[in-house]
Ligand binder design. Structure first.
Ligand SMILES: Nc1ncnc2c1ncn2[C@@H]1O[C@H](COP(=O)(O)OP(=O)(O)OP(=O)(O)O)[C@@H](O)[C@H]1O
Ligand SMILES: [Mg+2]
Length: 354
């Protein structure tokens, strides 16, 4: 009769390639059952782990080599997103907070934020999206939502309830102001708006809260860094030199010791254009490879590239996202990579499960 100890000993020889520790130490093996077959759950730390198949195969090989070459092995993969946060902090039910930033305007932060949120939701994660572009909110347009959030009273306090669309909890200052109204706010008001979004909003339990930032390195970014316990930043740039130079400044702002937030990586947006009637023909309109070079130079992960696609622009203008459409696939790949970097970041800070 094979014992649990034998199986766990074999599995302790399998490492998570990203977290660089073995699966048993990481607490990833659950519900181990042994009779005519060996069955267990492999609990991954990201909803769509790109390394899943490789890890399943490594587990099977370890059991075959060290326990029994013939017994059938059934591995059920699930996920529980990791966090290093404690429940007494602000945004207590939120496991990971990811801000999407850029130096230059118009490079696609809001589009990337929206695509990332939807892709993570599609992978099975609980996701929220906070539009922190106080002066030029785009999330209402990108999601086609133009209604005011409702309020409710929790423990004698009035709190806002985010608006749900595509299964994502959304909040934007644009839900509360008419679209044509200019928003003129001074620094302290920005901080107080942020506090309300963070403290007086019922976000509930989330695996990921995505924050769409305005461009640059100003008051909003500073308030965010002070008020919100960020897991890390995703930096968006186009390949062109002016955008890269501004992205470099954004990276260096978040590296100032007084701010010091982890950079999860760089995304290159509008990386190329492939005309639908000329498949395979790529035009590098804004230059080639700038995002990757920036990532290498700054020694941060390169998260991948998104092509310039007319249909994506149309979807973003109309709020008509379709996660099953081919044009959405690059966002799924990007989201898997972002989730992976979050998981790695958490492992550096010795993640715990909640
Ligand atoms: N990959 C893409 N393919 C096609 N259009 C895109 C893509 N990414 C962004 N766009 C379009 O480019 C425009 C600018 O994008 P977006 O609003 O996301 O940029 P931003 O960085 O958030 O801008 P801002 O700095 O003003 O907040 C939008 O019209 C958007 O639909
Ligand atoms: Mg924007």
């Amino acid at each position: 009769m094979i014992s649990n100890e034998q199986v766990l000993k074999a599995l302790s020889h399998v490492d998570d390639p990203d977290l660089k520790k073995d699966l048993v130490t990481l607490g990833m093996i659950e519900n181990l059952q042994i009779d005519e077959s060996i069955r267990f759950d492999l609990v991954l730390t990201t909803p769509a782990c790109p390394m899943k198949d490789m890890m399943v195969n490594a587990c099977k090989n370890a059991i075959r080599l060290m326990v029994d070459a013939a017994i059938p092995v059934e591995i059920h993969t699930t996920s529980r997103v990791s966090t290093t946060r404690t429940p007494d902090e602000v945004l207590r039910g939120v496991k990971n907070i990811i801000a999407v930033a850029s130096g230059k305007g118009g490079v696609g932060k809001s589009t990337v934020s929206a695509g990332l949120a939807l892709a993570l939701q599609q992978m099975g994660a609980a996701v929220g999206l906070l539009d922190a572009d106080i002066y030029g909110p785009s999330i209402p347009t990108i999601f086609g939502v133009h209604e005011s959030p409702e309020m409710k009273t929790i423990d004698g306090r009035q709190v806002m309830i985010p608006i749900e669309k595509f299964g994502i909890r959304l909040l934007s200052i644009g839900f509360m102001t008419p679209p044509e109204q200019a928003i003129v706010w001074r620094g302290p008001m920005i901080a107080s708006a942020f506090r309300q979004f963070v403290n007086d909003t019922d976000w509930g339990d989330l695996d990921y809260l995505i924050i769409d930032l305005p461009p640059g390195t100003g008051d909003v970014q500073l308030s965010l860094a002070q008020i919100v316990p960020l897991t890390g930043l995703v930096i968006v740039t186009t390949p062109q030199e002016v955008a890269i130079a501004d992205a470099r400044r954004a990276v260096s702002m978040f590296r100032i010791p007084a701010i010091s937030k982890p950079i999860l990586g760089v995304v290159e947006n509008m990386a190329w254009f492939e005309p639908p009637d000329m498949p395979g023909k790529k035009y590098f309109i804004f230059g080639e490879g700038g995002g990757k070079r920036l990532a290498e130079e700054q020694q941060v992960p390169y998260l991948g590239a998104l092509p310039l696609t007319e249909s994506v622009r149309v979807r973003a203008d109309k709020g008509s996202w379709d996660a099953t459409a081919p044009d959405f696939q690059p966002f799924m790949v990007l989201a898997a990579e972002v989730a992976r970097q979050v998981s790695i970041e958490n492992s550096h800070k010795s993640a715990k499960f909640v």
